[in-house]
Write a new protein. Structure first.
Lengths: 319, 253, 401
């Protein structure tokens, strides 16, 4: 039994994902109240190099061909033994396509409790999670003996989890990883033929409030007047009203434009993950209780269908 | 091909959410429940697979507000078997649900289990992976695209940034659905009413749920707004003028 | 949605035709002269692959399955122009178009916007997806307090059935409040249902959801039975139509008037209260379900003429051949779909007519209309000065409320 905090590092195609650094920052904060070390768990094949800027006290690295690409099956089997042997106080995983694929299996295999959607830890070591589309916050004691915690970005910054010195790395033996039932056939690259919204200095973004495909024309006209691009939240893309290349959010692109103009977007966490670090968020939403107003710099509850045509005209005149 | 879809109901966010007097849970007085959107997609995906390759679809849920309506609507879409778990569900978490569903599914022995990748009220992980492990089955989540190939299923797994991995999984398996290949279809109310007369919901009583694996809540609250947006007042003209000024100030115009 | 050619299925036509026979006057469809009047007077007839006349032709020639596969039917706004002008008195809208839309829904051929409106109605009792608890929020701040029957349980003279858009739509709430003030000034003892009120269901019925309509009607009927009142008035011609013409066959029958009829009955009491002049040329738009379908043309006009300063002008399409705003019968929820096909909106056509008639104010009597016409005004050059006002708003202005 230790008071250490494990962080399961996520990486794809040779790059450590941002959530990993966010988790390291969170682990550092948590370790202050548990009084243990921050240990990064890195799995892969010939991937030691990825540990170079992890802000951890030490790294446990497992090398195996079956770990070259992430698959839930292999990662779960690899991590299970490490947790059993070391009994850390907590294991942090990303609330992501990687972390969420394995945390459930680990919980049941090891009989350990899960805390999900965790945004931060308090100074006395409690977890603080955010649920119900961002409308409800939950706080509680970190369960024992080992808490499996999935983390979302929003409080800790990636920079806080990056170190200047490569931490001490120990190679640990991998368990038998054969007879795996999950394998990757191929990766499908994101479409690069369309506009790259991550490169825009301003974005006009539409959410459910746009109501139908036809109204997107309004957003297009405004974006044209502002010489920028149109992006969208998940519901708009799921309906097929805009291509997936325009999707901003957890499962889409992460953007940091100078101005993010959010039209009819409520501000659910999955979307905020993709644009929360924009320079200035300007939110137009008729619901005064929409969570987006908590992160926006400017806001208005005026109906976007009244505002947009007028705004487009004035922008054209101002140029 | 036997496909099972366990679903759950979550607080409807159209209504205002209030905290109950204990300060640790949602006030149920005005709480309305709605199907977890991702589970709705899972049902649609199951029906699409049945339409493409034949098979049998079973949808199951626990007794809850809206459960019967949802099951009948699922039947109207083409679901073959409807199961409702009955018992005391005043205290539920995903670990408990997963165990209860696992018991039923062990008897049912489906080839493929589809369920929503998550639900907005999840606090102890999501049901899919917990269920998979209870059944000793492999799990892949964030799936938006499923096809069956012999004794394997090919799933399109989504990562952030638009990257997609084509993952092959040996059946039987559990998939966490992010989005169905087509948005959930509309069912005319008259069709649902028709089905209410013919479809049968099998009720399966379950013992008290084993909730271990969840975690205690010491405080539930609405986010404190430390820095709310600077709200722009006025009509369309005035607000538009203010926005143009902001665009100029921030250097994008 | 593309039309895919496939082997003709005569059975579809036969079954559909048989289903029409059971509807009121449905058998008249056999007397169609194929004169084409319906297709000609239909505001979107020129765009439909199967305008009404051709639909009947397809039915007779047994290729109706082609009609169901196309998306023509969703261009219909249920304005009733075809039925009004048919020389054989075939109830084209009520029987054929509505039934055809039912088939489209059953086949799963439904535009997503309409799908949301229908799902919202089923779930929240209103197509806007608003919380039922907030249905009477428009009354907050009004003095004297509006009588919520669930709270006071008093018998009243008038049950005011407010309706979905009048209750929830931000633009329409000002008109709804205006009407409340007018009723108070006239000393009318009225009450509203607030959160207990469900959508009247008429537009959903016209969009093909007969089952959903019946569910809404039954729920409203149960609520009506709880309270004591002498008559019902509605803000909305669609609710008026439903309560007057459709609900009775479901066993829910009450005397009902549209608010303009109700106020016109009291015009002599109102006239001395009209203190403010509204000096303007006013064009009155006949709502489809008040005018064409239910024959009420004069009462609203007479109310407007009573307002000092008002000069009533008539648009090209008026009274029986008034031009639909495109909102009713599900049109409100097919806007995006219809725009993609037509690249024009009926509301824009109507606004142009108002401008051509020299109107300064476009007066309306239905909550679907102000948002639609005000949107249209923004896109029509020379229409910028045209104002859209609900009759209640004009009266309240004249009464200094």
């Amino acid at each position: 039994m230790s008071q250490d905090i494990f962080v399961i590092i996520e990486h794809l195609r040779g790059q450590v994902s941002e959530i990993s650094f966010v988790m390291l920052a969170g682990a550092r904060q948590l370790s202050k109240s548990t009084g243990g070390n921050v240990t990064a768990i890195l799995l892969g094949q010939k991937a030691q190099g990825l540990a170079s800027n992890l802000a951890a006290d030490k790294v446990l690295y497992m090398d195996h061909p079956a770990l070259a690409e992430f698959t839930s099956n292999a990662y779960e089997l690899a991590v299970v033994g490490l947790i059993k042997e070391n009994s850390p106080r907590a294991v942090l995983l990303g609330h992501s396509s990687i972390g969420m694929d394995i945390v459930g299996g680990l919980s049941v295999k090891l009989g350990l409790p899960i805390v999900s959607s965790c945004r931060s830890f308090t100074t006395d070591g409690k977890y603080v999670s955010q649920i119900c589309g961002g409308k409800i916050m939950v706080e509680g004691e970190l369960p024992g003996p080992t808490a499996l915690v999935t983390m979302v970005p929003g409080v800790y910054k990636a920079e806080q989890g990056q170190g200047t010195q490569a931490p001490a790395l120990t190679i640990v033996p991998a368990p038998a990883l054969d007879g795996l039932r999950v394998s990757i056939k191929q990766y499908i690259e994101p479409d690069t033929s369309d506009v790259d919204i991550t490169k825009e200095t301003m974005l006009v973004s539409v959410g459910r409030g746009i109501q139908n495909k036809d109204n997107i024309e309004l957003a297009n006209e405004l974006a044209a007047a502002l010489a920028c691009a149109v992006s969208a939240s998940r519901p708009v893309v799921d309906q097929g009203w805009l291509a997936t290349t325009r999707l901003v959010g957890k499962s889409g692109k992460k953007v940091k434009p100078k101005i993010y103009l959010a039209l009819g977007i409520s501000g659910a966490p999955e979307h905020v993950e993709g644009m929360g670090e924009s320079g200035a968020i300007i939110a137009i939403n008729t619901d005064p209780n929409a969570p987006i107003f908590n992160i926006a710099k400017y806001g208005t509850t005026i109906d976007m269908f009244d505002l947009i045509p007028v705004l487009t005209d004035k922008v054209k005149q101002a140029k | 091909m036997k496909i099972a879809v366990p679903v759950k109901f979550v607080p409807d966010l159209v209504e205002e959410l209030n905290i109950d007097p204990s300060g640790t849970a949602l006030d149920t007085a005005w709480l309305r429940l709605i199907i977890n959107e991702f589970d709705d997609h899972a049902v649609e995906q199951a029906i699409l697979l049945k339409e493409k390759g034949g098979g049998q679809v079973t949808v199951m849920t626990i007794e809850s507000e809206g459960a019967d309506d949802f099951l009948f609507a699922a039947a109207a879409k083409g679901t073959d078997q409807l199961i409702k778990l009955t018992g005391d569900f005043s205290n539920v978490n995903n670990h408990g649900l997963a165990r209860a569903y696992a018991d039923i599914l062990k008897e049912l022995q489906p080839d493929l289990i589809l369920t929503g990748v998550q639900a907005h009220n999840d606090l102890d992980g999501s049901v899919g992976p917990l269920l998979a492990e209870q059944l000793g089955l492999p799990y892949v989540g964030y799936v938006a695209g499923v096809s069956i190939s012999g004794d394997k299923v090919i799933a399109r797994k989504e990562y952030s940034g638009g990257l997609v991995a084509e993952v092959e999984i040996k059946l039987p398996a559990v998939l966490g659905i992010q989005a169905s290949e087509q948005p959930p279809r509309y069912i005319a109310y008259s069709k649902i009413r028709q089905v209410m007369g013919t479809a049968k919901i099998e009720e399966k009583p379950v013992a008290a749920l084993d909730l271990s694996g969840g975690t205690a809540v010491s405080r539930m609250f609405q986010p404190e707004v430390s820095q709310r947006a600077n709200m722009l007042e006025g009509g369309a003209d005035e607000v538009a003028d203010k926005l143009v000024a902001i665009f100029k100030e921030l250097g994008t115009l | 949605m593309e039309i895919t050619l496939s082997p003709l299925e005569p059975s579809v036509s036969k079954t559909f035709l048989a289903s029409l026979m059971g509807l009121e006057n449905g058998e008249r469809i056999r007397t169609c002269l194929q004169c084409g009047t319906c297709s000609g007077v239909c505001p979107f007839g020129y765009i439909m692959k199967f305008p009404p006349g051709k639909m009947i032709g397809a039915l007779r020639s047994e290729f109706f399955d082609q009609v169901i596969k196309s998306d023509s039917v969703w261009m219909c706004v249920s304005c009733n122009a075809c039925s009004a002008f048919c020389p054989s008195n075939i109830p084209i809208t009520a029987a054929l178009m509505t039934r055809a839309k039912e088939e489209m829904l059953l086949a799963g051929n439904v535009p997503s916007e309409l799908q949301s409106a229908l799902e919202n109605t089923q779930r929240y009792g209103n197509p806007l997806g608003e919380s039922p608890r907030k249905r009477a929020d428009w009354t907050i701040g009004l003095q004297p307090e509006v009588n919520l029957l669930a709270k006071t349980r008093q018998p009243v003279d008038v049950l005011w059935y407010v309706g979905d858009y009048a209750s929830y739509h931000s633009r329409m709430q000002s008109a709804t409040k205006a009407l409340a003030k007018i009723l108070n000034l006239l000393g009318i003892k009225f009450g509203i249902l607030g959160p207990e009120e469900y959508s009247d269901g008429d537009s959903q019925r016209l969009a093909g959801e007969r089952g959903l309509f019946e569910m809404m009607a039954q729920k409203n009927g149960q609520i009506f039975r709880r309270y004591k009142f002498n008559e019902i008035i509605t803000t909305d011609p669609h609710a008026f139509n439903a309560l007057k013409n459709e609900y009775p066959s479901l066993g829910i029958a009450y005397p009902v008037k549209h608010y303009t009829q109700f106020l016109y009955e009291r015009i002599e009491q109102i006239k001395p209260l009209l203190k403010n002049e509204i000096k303007a040329r006013v064009a009155y738009h006949d709502p489809c379900y008040l005018g064409r379908v239910n024959g009420i043309f004069d009462e609203p006009r007479n109310i407007l003429k009573a307002i000092p300063g008002v000069e009533l002008v008539e648009m090209t399409h008026q009274r029986l051949n008034s031009l639909c705003c495109g909102g009713g019968g599900g049109g409100m929820w097919l806007d995006g779909f219809q725009w993609e096909k037509a690249h024009t909106r009926l509301s824009e056509w109507r606004v142009r007519e108002a401008v051509a008639a020299g109107a300064e104010i476009l007066a309306v009597g239905c909550p679907y209309e102000p948002p639609r016409f005000e949107d249209a005004i923004k896109t029509i050059q020379n229409a910028g000065q045209l104002k859209v006002r609900e009759i209640a708003e004009l009266l309240a202005q004249a009464m200094d409320l």
